[in-house]
Design a protein around this ligand. Structure first.
Ligand code: ARG
Length: 257
């Protein structure tokens, strides 16, 4: 016999994994044994997930770290383009994604969402004071980030002249600042921070286009992990950790009510 029993076993497991079309998501037990959870985010969506120099930071980075601590896990962070994040769960490249994803039916077909860690929505930002409501977007050019609920919802509005989409939300913002579009639709708290950070930019915040519940996601059907994340989230909501982080980043409580 050329193979040891253990290598034969490994070969069979590998063959089975190949036939199933790829790696299997790590259940909580396995992550716990490893001691470390791999979490992916984007890092270009301040103040939720962004880089301060080379350091990944933001409300969601803090929330995820706090939840991991409750689960007794260390975090290994990965930062990737927004459109790669949910796809990577299916390929088992990371265990969890936290990047301000709104819970949608479409996404829920491909991934399992946890309970939401905040509630928000897409707002209109424009320089022209006459552009405030969804109706005002008629005949206008609007910028949004690719793959987001902003794109999806702005596309549904009647009369919008053109929706320009950008791989990063910061570029969608840049398009408004440089006058290439009439309005930018983004998260309410992202807009708020962008206005504060750029008082001379002339941007004004208008109405909500839609509201949404924002949650982490794990691979479709990884219920052991989703369950533990939900427990950890409930714990940080109950013990004041979440409220403290919310106060630190937004000076208000942004949990879902
Ligand atoms: N909330 C929006 C969505 O669900 C935007 C999320 C954008 N996140 C980011 N990290 N750029 O699609």
């Amino acid at each position: 016999m050329m193979f040891k029993r253990s290598s034969l076993k490994w070969l069979l497991a590998a063959a089975a994994a190949l036939m199933l079309g790829g790696a299997q998501a790590r259940p909580f037990d396995e992550i716990k044994k490893d001691g470390k959870i791999i979490i992916a985010t984007e890092g270009q969506f301040a103040p939720f997930n962004y880089f301060q120099g080379t350091k990944l930071t933001g409300f969601e980075v803090d929330v995820a770290e706090a939840m991991a601590a409750k689960m007794g896990l260390k975090v290994e962070w990965k930062a990737l383009g927004f459109d790669a994040l949910l796809a990577g769960l299916r390929q088992d490249r990371w265990d969890m994604v936290i990047a301000s994803h709104g819970i949608t039916e479409e996404r829920a077909k491909a991934v399992t969402f946890t309970e939401p860690h905040y509630c928000s929505g897409g707002v209109i930002v424009a320089k022209d004071a006459a552009i405030k409501t969804a109706k005002d977007l008629a005949g206008k050019v609007v910028s949004v980030q690719t793959g987001t609920t902003y794109l999806e919802n702005v596309k549904k509005l009647a009369g919008v002249k053109e929706v320009k989409n950008f791989p990063q939300d910061t570029d969608a913002r840049g398009a408004l600042l440089t006058g290439r579009v009439d309005a930018w639709v983004t998260d309410r708290f992202v807009a708020k921070q962008a206005l504060e950070a750029n008082p001379s930019g002339g941007m004004r915040m208008g109405d909500f286009v839609f509201v949404e519940r924002i949650a982490s996601a794990v691979a479709k059907g990884n219920s052991s992990l989703a369950g533990e994340i939900n427990k950890a989230l409930a714990a940080i909501l109950a013990d004041g950790t979440h409220a403290g982080l919310s106060k630190k980043w937004f000076n208000e409580d942004i949990r879902c009510k």
